[in-house]
Design a protein around this ligand. Structure first.
Ligand SMILES: Nc1nc2c(c(=O)[nH]1)N[C@H]1C(S)=C(S)[C@@H](COP(=O)(O)O)O[C@H]1N2
Ligand SMILES: [Mo]
Length: 521
């Protein structure tokens, strides 16, 4: 019989082979069908709000990586236990691997839009795992293999004390296990690489964006006050914040893309990418913000979007009276619900195909996403959009609403200090305090800064193209040596002053003044 250690290693190697083989099969059946991704995605969707909150607080933007690493470690521990159990009882090996296969297959075939082929990576991976597990656990591992003799030969020379009790040799076992483990990792890496290549980045580069029939307003010269602010008025695609639940970015080919507008409409319709691209396009600057942005946080960015007004399509579909919610569905099954009224009130709500002059980046929703000025992303900014269903708020709760977030998500008036950085030391004298303020679709009218003396001084506002974007502000402060707490607050066109009450992001966005500490020397 192999030793306990060898049995545990056999279990882990079998699991690695299962995942490696699964990644290779997933080249054909699609990355979301790989068991690690399918199970991870199921966990993400099922996680209750407190668990998700905890993970984000602990791992920040690395929460998805943490989930995958955590799942892999758990899997390795269970695999070792299965190896140990199978050493005694053969049936335990079958049962253990069978259980994992069941979990993997159930997760993979129940992902949105999954076909039966989604079961293949797990099934073939598990078959390979059974073969490897029992091969390694046998008294003469893979003895039937014709090349077995080659591995066994050098061992014969190393003396009985170094060999296993069965005479096959510990070294031979480790070599085999190591080779299989390495092979499994290589298979996984190669599988992922090929899947990545088979993505839609080529289809994306082949796209030429149409000219807008209604171009974006010219950006005034004074939107970025000197000295250069920390966040530019227009965020580059590369720097634009990214938030979504996708463990692997959905790869949606524009050639096969269509958008179905259905539900409570008089005239259900389906449009293709070519049809959408042929429609009159408008181009607008809109600042997106995430409801999970903490006071002072950076989950907010501004871009120039090119797209078709949502209202154009809705008016073709003709919503029925009482259909007060439009539920957008992403290719990966994520949903968000937007008030029909907001989409029809004349604001520049777009089905966007372009971002800062380029086709939408894949991470930001290629080929088509929704952008709605004034609403947080979780109720409006559906990426990889494939469907819009007219329904009512009474009848349907979208993804985040089921987890307790507010059904309606208007963006709150907020402001942030970007320079100086909190906790930094600056030279006494003329200090520039600067940052951004936002109140999308209402527009910022004033920003005030308190440099620690209780007085609110008006900051200078930089230019803007309109109410749908954030706005830079700055203040010259004649600072004497000391330590100060700086605070900022903004007012919007409703005349309302930003709320000073400190409240957390859940359930409808944080409130409170951004406050930093600065030392002047
Ligand atoms: N398909 C899909 N679309 C989505 C999300 C998502 O998880 N899946 N997240 C939303 C949220 S919460 C935000 S804040 C914005 C962020 O868009 P960005 O990643 O382009 O900045 O996308 C929205 N659209
Ligand atoms: Mo968000």
């Amino acid at each position: 019989m192999v030793s306990r250690w060898q049995a545990a290693i056999a279990g882990v190697v079998a699991a690695a082979v299962a995942l490696g083989v699964a990644e290779l099969i997933a080249i054909f059946s699609g990355p979301p069908s790989a068991p690690l991704i399918a199970v991870g995605a199921t966990v993400v969707d099922a996680a209750p709000e407190p668990a998700k909150d905890f993970a984000i607080r602990l791992f920040g933007v690395h929460d998805k990586t943490a989930l995958l690493v955590g799942t892999t470690i758990l899997l390795a521990v269970f695999a070792a236990l299965i190896g140990l159990a199978a050493r005694r009882w053969r049936w335990a090996g079958f049962a253990g691997i069978g259980l994992f296969a069941l979990i993997g297959v159930s997760a993979a075939v129940t992902r949105p839009n999954a076909s039966w082929t989604a079961a293949l990576p797990t099934l073939l991976g598990s078959a390979a795992a059974l073969f490897v597990l029992f091969g390694l656990l046998s008294p003469t591992p893979f003895a039937l293999h014709p090349y077995r003799q080659k591995y066994a030969a050098p061992d014969a020379a190393i003396g009985a004390e170094q060999r296993g009790t069965d005479g096959t040799g510990r070294r031979g076992f480790m070599k085999l296990a190591g080779a299989l483990g390495l092979g499994a990792v290589a298979a996984g890496v190669v599988g992922r690489m090929i899947s990545g290549r088979r993505g839609v980045s080529e289809a994306r580069s082949a796209i030429t964006l149409p000219q807008p029939s209604s171009p974006a307003p010219a950006v005034p010269a004074n939107v970025d006050p000197a000295p250069a602010p920390l966040a530019r008025y227009v965020t580059s695609n590369r720097d634009f914040y990214r938030i979504d639940t996708a463990l692997v970015t959905p790869q949606v080919d524009p050639a096969g893309w269509s958008l179905k507008i259905h539900g409570r409409v008089k005239n259900p319709l389906t449009i293709t990418y070519a049809q959408l691209m042929a429609m009159p396009m408008v181009e607008r600057y809109v600042t997106l913000a995430c409801v999970s942005n903490e006071v002072g946080g950076d989950l907010i960015s501004n871009a120039r979007w090119l797209g078709v007004p949502v209202a154009t399509l809705l008016s073709q579909a003709q919503p029925e009276a009482g259909a007060d919610q439009v539920v957008s569905t992403s290719a990966d099954g994520w949903t968000c619900g937007t008030p029909t009224e907001v989409l029809l009130d004349g604001r520049d709500a777009l089905l966007a195909v372009g971002m800062n002059g380029e086709p939408l980046p894949v991470d930001h929703g290629f080929p088509v996403r929704m952008v709605v000025p004034g609403l947080y992303g979780y109720v409006s900014a559906c990426k990889w959009i494939v469907g819009m269903e007219l329904t009512s708020f009474a009848d349907f709760d979208a993804y985040w609403i089921r987890k307790g977030w507010a059904a309606k998500g208007p963006i709150k008036t907020q402001s942030r200090i970007d320079v100086p950085r909190g906790g930094s030391t600056v030279e006494a004298g003329d200090v520039v305090v600067a940052g951004v303020a936002w109140a999308q679709h209402r527009g910022i009218t004033a920003v005030e800064v308190n440099v620690g003396d209780g007085q609110w001084r008006p900051a200078e506002l930089a230019g803007t193209v309109g109410p749908d974007t954030w706005r830079q502000w700055s203040l010259r402060w004649n600072a004497a040596p000391g330590t100060y707490t700086l605070q900022v607050r903004a007012a919007d066109t409703t005349g309302e002053l930003q709320s000073s009450r400190k409240i957390p992001i859940f359930p409808d966005g944080a409130e409170g003044y951004h406050s930093i500490s600065v030392t002047v020397r």
